[in-house]
Design a protein around this ligand. Structure first.
Ligand SMILES: [Zn+2]
Length: 345
């Protein structure tokens, strides 16, 4: 691959265009794909190599490209535009580059490695200020993407900061193969009630596993909702899984569940949200069917599984909203209801 006239060429194919972008009032470049391709680790590495002469910041959201760029010396805050490598700087990798990289991306959070050995990575992250600690465990592999780990911790802390005790139940994040509990990798996380641990698939955080996953699915969209950039896929899964811990509070608060069910139903033009969830049953009335279709379109096919998964998918999209990609009416209604029941302090 090579960069010529603002285009990245793969042989004689124009592969991607570099476009001007403005980030925080200063100039940057963004990458626009020109041909469909499965963006695996190898391709990400080639793209980063082709962009070596760029002297402006790079606005790129893709996990694998960001990870390869950071490996090549590009740097910048969590989920933000990356600045070109400083060719004059000396290496500052230190003895534990992965932990150092996670720490650098989480200002104000004390990140330390726990326990001996390289086979398993155990981190303790302490955010202080009443937000508390999180423990993270992952296989000790060198294709771990530090920014993705930092994002998972950042999202978990941010949800705790916003929802306080209601979200304090999750203490541990474990990244492991088969964490989703489904062999087809259709579901990237799981929560075990009461254990205080959320489990995340390795394909969310390890470059080789993410690469394999992308080749396996060949760019087909998953059944659960994708979050818009600059959020990383792991942010959405962490929000979804933490919600499964928070919804216990909701279920035991008298009236809240009933009111939420009715209000979401009203948004969909049916009596309760549960009626819309039953919209695919044979003989379901037309308004239920219409409500069901809106859940599929505005949230995800996975959200139609049941009320628990629906609210977790709604929370994911509400939490990972951005100014440039407005939330759907149903997601916006859910967020307004949450703010009503649990006002920000
Ligand atoms: Zn779920």
């Amino acid at each position: 691959m090579e960069l010529r006239d603002g285009t990245i060429w793969q042989g004689s194919t124009a592969f991607a265009a570099l476009e001007r972008a403005e980030i925080d009032g200063s100039e940057a470049v963004a990458l626009r794909p020109l041909v469909p391709a499965v963006l695996d680790r190898e391709l990400a590495r080639e793209l980063v190599a082709a962009m070596a002469t760029i002297d402006r910041r790079l606005a790129i959201g893709d996990e694998l490209v960001r990870a390869e760029a950071r490996r090549a010396g590009w740097r910048g805050p969590l989920r933000r535009a990356l600045s070109p490598p400083d060719r004059t700087a000396r290496g500052t990798a230190g003895a534990d580059p992965c932990v150092g990289a996670v720490r650098d991306l989480l200002p104000g959070v004390e990140v330390t490695r726990r326990g001996p050995g390289r086979r398993v990575l155990r981190l303790r992250a302490d955010a202080g200020d009443g937000v508390g600690r999180l423990h993270l465990k992952a296989p000790g592999r060198d294709d771990l993407m530090p920014e993705v780990v930092a994002a998972a911790l950042d999202t978990a802390f941010a949800i705790r900061r916003r929802y306080g005790r209601m979200a304090a139940g999750v203490q541990r994040i474990t990244i492991d193969d088969g964490a989703g509990g489904f062999d087809d990798h259709s579901h990237a996380g799981s929560t075990q009630g009461g254990s205080g641990t959320i489990y995340l698939e390795t394909s969310l955080a390890f470059a080789d596993a993410m690469s394999d996953q992308r080749r396996r699915t060949a760019g087909r969209p998953g059944i659960s909702a994708a979050v818009p950039r600059p959020w990383l896929a792991i942010d959405g899964v962490v929000a979804h899984e933490i919600w499964h811990n928070m919804d216990a509070t909701l279920a035991v608060t008298p009236g809240v569940y009933v009111e939420l069910n009715r209000a979401l139903g009203a948004e969909l033009g049916v009596e309760t949200f549960e009626h819309a969830l039953r919209g695919r049953d044979s003989g379901a009335p037309e308004p239920w069917r219409a409500g069901f279709r809106r859940i599929v379109e505005e949230v995800s096919p996975y959200a139609t599984s049941n009320m628990r998964e629906a609210t977790a998918e709604l929370f994911k999209l509400w939490w990972c909203a951005t100014p440039t990609s407005p939330t759907s009416p149903l997601v916006a209604r859910f967020g307004a209801l949450l703010d009503h029941f649990y006002p920000p302090s």
